[in-house]
Design a protein around this ligand. Structure first.
Ligand code: 5GP
Ligand code: ZN
Length: 122
């Protein structure tokens, strides 16, 4: 499946390697990397390899890997140990539109680790 891209988009450039990123997981249809301004340690972004501004613009086949990647990131975070002391969790967040605090117009899911020493709204 070939990606649909916008030559001016920073996230399309990241997928193509034209802008460096700290890559975490890549599949045929999705790419995940560390956020440059992390809200908490390990804050990651998961993006489809299809340029579209809002979730409803993205064909379903470019979204199928997004949640499985989020699950892998959660396991890498050690969230399975939550049962021991409840100290590890995460938020999955996706903003659509300026009114919803979206800044980059290429759909992205924020994966935000939460530990007992790192609070915050998102
Ligand atoms: P939004 O507010 O659009 O939901 O979030 C955009 C996110 O993209 C922000 O958390 C911001 O830090 C991140 N971001 C913007 N530009 C870059 C970049 O060039 N590299 C990386 N890794 N993250 C970026
Ligand atoms: Zn793009």
């Amino acid at each position: 499946m070939s990606m649909r891209e916008n030559a001016a988009c920073i996230f399309c450039k990241i997928i193509k390697g034209e802008i460096p990123s700290f890559k975490l997981i890549e599949t045929e249809t999705a790419y995940s990397f560390l956020d440059i301004q992390p809200v908490t340690e390990g804050h990651a972004l998961i993006i489809p390899k299809y340029h579209g501004g809002k979730l409803h613009d993205i064909p379903d086949e470019y979204l199928t890997d997004v949640l499985p990647i989020a699950k892998k990131l959660a396991k890498a975070l050690g969230v399975d140990q939550e049962g021991i002391d409840g100290s590890v969790g995460y938020n999955l967040l996706q903003n659509n539109g300026r009114i919803a605090h979206q800044e980059v117009d290429h759909v992205h899911f924020h994966f935000i680790p939460k530990r007992d020493d790192q609070s915050g709204l998102i």
